[in-house]
Design a protein around this ligand. Structure first.
Ligand code: ADP
Ligand code: MG
Length: 406
């Protein structure tokens, strides 16, 4: 048997290969409307409604760092990111299971804190946590959530329905979560330096100073699924033509929508909702806030398209921005920058902020080449990146998805 490293083919090609293997099982379920390829799988129910199902995995040191992540927030985030995938189908979340892998440095009280956070937001979203699984883990804390929701067949929204002429919309603001991550990683470094300089200090008494940039940090640690937007769509009878949640950045998600809908798009940099706090942080790190918005990820806002005829229906929802227009596939996927130049978002090299010199993930002692590809690992690689520096695991050039680190 040959040994192909995962990094040689990347996350997407891997999932494609797995999709081929599981396709025969999908065809056994005659009620399956959508298997792999959207935010949720979609199954027809006997009552004519559609059931939507999604699962997401959070792994210590890949997706979160316990030094900078309050456990309550972690539990809440595990639920919210799954609810977000249900929202992306324009569906209502109903129930979830939560499974945990536990390393021996985790106490009973710590696990309870995770569940307190999960239960708190589950209550807010109106969903029940109905079970799960518990196991030991030798590689740190693992949390896996599976979530089920429901939607009328007439309201389901896939990634694939965008048509030329549709308006491209995004809820809330974007780029802030990645800005928060940058601040958290800097604070983590300060903590590690302090511990190294004071080996005898009681680590439990050290509290991180996260008073600055609260909004960005909160967005990263405690993202909220945009169930309010879905509720609004249902209330006003608006069905977006396509929708996806923003886990990997607006630019990445737009490419998914366009590929699945076989259309092109033009968005405008000036229309991207980027808060001044996000810009302040990106300036401080000598990065570009637009890059955070396009490829930073973990905002968990909704990116969707509507028919221009539905513009009036959308107008009473305040927390949404129209950022561009759907075009024919031949137009490509582009962003008109502040100077009026159309930048190709398909190829990372077309985007000046991704040149060697101005890499989003570059800092003084290490650098990632960011290729702008749409995969969820890239902002996590900021964590890996940090680990990489401080744990001395410098023998690998690439992370598991093929992100080059130097
Ligand atoms: P999202 O970012 O919305 O959670 P992902 O990028 O994780 O979506 O997944 C994209 C698609 O690939 C989904 O339809 C998901 O169900 C499927 N998928 C991802 N990993 C696997 C896997 N290991 N086996 C089968 N399907 C997978
Ligand atoms: Mg998603």
């Amino acid at each position: 048997m040959s040994f192909t490293r995962i990094s040689e083919i990347g996350e997407f090609a891997l999932i494609d290969r797995l999709a081929t293997l599981i396709a025969p099982t999908e065809s056994q379920l005659s009620t399956l409307k959508k298997g792999i390829g959207d935010d949720c799988a979609v199954i027809e129910l006997p009552n004519g409604k559609l059931q939507v199902v999604s699962t997401d995995l959070l792994i210590e040191q890949i997706h979160f760092d316990l030094l900078t992540t309050p456990l309550e927030h972690l539990g809440a985030k595990a639920i919210s990111v799954n609810v977000s995938d249900i929202c992306a189908m324009n569906a209502k979340p109903l129930y979830a299971t939560v499974s945990i892998g536990l390393s021996n440095n985790i106490s009973v009280e710590m696990i309870e804190q995770i569940y307190e956070g999960a239960a708190r937001v589950a209550k807010q979203y109106g969903i029940a946590i109905v079970g799960g699984d518990t196991s030991a883990s030798i590689t740190g804390l693992v949390i896996s959530v599976t979530i089920v929701g429901e939607v009328d067949a007439s309201k389901i929204t896939y990634r694939s329905g965008a048509k030329a002429g549709d308006l491209i919309c995004v809820t809330g603001d974007v780029g802030r979560s990645f800005a928060g991550l940058k601040v958290l990683m800097r604070e983590r470094q300060t903590m590690l330096d302090t511990f190294a300089e004071n080996p005898d200090m009681d680590k439990s008494t050290y509290t991180a100073d996260l008073s600055e940039y609260q909004k960005a940090i909160e967005k990263h640690l405690l993202p909220k699924a945009r169930i309010d937007a879905v509720k609004f769509f249902h209330e006003v009878g608006l069905v977006p033509t396509s929708m996806i949640d923003v886990s990997d950045g607006v630019g990445s998600e737009l490419k998914h929508l366009c590929r699945n809908s076989q259309v092109g798009a033009l968005i405008e940099e000036s229309k991207l909702p980027i808060l001044s706090e996000t810009r302040e942080i990106s300036d401080e790190f000598e990065d570009d806030g637009t890059t955070y918005a396009l490829f930073g990820g973990e905002d968990y806002e909704l990116l969707f398209t509507i028919s221009p005829n539905d513009f009036d229906k959308l107008s009473s929802f305040k927390d949404v921005h129209i950022i561009g227009k759907v075009l024919d596939a031949s137009s490509g996927v582009k962003m008109r920058d502040l100077f009026g130049t159309d930048i190709d978002l398909q190829s990372a090299s077309g985007f000046q902020h991704f040149t060697e010199e101005e890499d989003l993930f570059e800092d003084d002692d290490d650098a990632h080449d960011h290729d702008g590809h749409d995969h969820s690992a890239h902002n996590h690689s900021a964590h890996n990146h940090n680990e990489h520096n401080h744990n001395g695991h410098d023998d690998e050039d690439e992370d598991i998805w093929g992100e080059r680190k130097n």
